[in-house]
Ligand binder design. Sequence first.
Ligand code: ADE
Ligand code: ZN
Length: 322
Amino acid sequence: TQLLHIVRNMPKAELHIHIEGSLEPELIFALAERNGVQLAYPSVDALRAAYDFKDLQSFLDIYYAGASVLLKEQDFYDMTAAYLAKAKADHVRHAEIFFDPQTHTARGVPIGDVIDGIHRACQEGPISATLILCFLRHLSEEDALATLEAALPYRDKFIGVGLDSSEVGHPPEKFARVFARCRELGLHLVAHAGEEGPPAYIETALDVLHVERIDHGVRCLEDAALTRRIAAEKMALTVCPLSNIKLRVFDTMKEHNLLQLLDAGLVATVNSDDPAYFGGYLNDNFVAAFESLPLGLQHAHELAKNSFAASFLEPAKKQQFL
Ligand code: ADE
Ligand code: ZN
């Protein structure tokens, strides 16, 4: 339809994409071969068949196994270059890309190889792209602090930090000190909150970590006062529709609350999260949402505008897109 054509072709920014979640099964097998890594699945089809998740943790187990083929700077470059080409095809003009250094340093990969490979692809890439270093919340704050220290020689290659991995039982306040340090360093701050975790985690991400965006945040609607606050503060939510269905945050796309978030006056954006695992890249997320929910042209424009407004682009660059 006309509306879907507009949605696909409109310029947009992507603010919630884990680069390790863009690793397609074909590239996983190619890198396993190149690096002599043994995989627990016999074929691309067998691996893809295992992408049937019951919750966030069942996904994370397979996502970390997939990332085990990444060993060399070139591997990180190849993964990132593949994502940027897909993003460009979806009319993404700017991407703010998450990466999980601890997933790689725990296997002995130097953090410099991780950052250099991803950053080199972004520099050369066909679209504008910046990096956000994420701490794994199932690990300790000490581990996060050590990771930050190890990353500081590469401080000019990432613009911010985030918080991801297993949410429930690992509230934002567990990372109060490392986020305070990042704040002093002038890094942008974001955190996953209110994906599987309760609205209280969104509240502490705001009050304790002082984040500038909430990743997911869809459970905010369970708390009316919190919803009003997020609207008043124009705090953006990076919503990931296909992810929320695959990880069973909502049973079906018809039950997704994206439209309610917009109707509540929130700065919601649409993003792909882990496109290789959840059935599609950014336009697949837009199309799935627009096909299942009563969203119209105004919503399309609002979502595109929100994506640039909520980005960490400098104001002059932001202005070019708005
Ligand atoms: N790491 C990659 N994708 C994630 C998600 N959706 N939630 C938490 N951690 C993640
Ligand atoms: Zn995510």
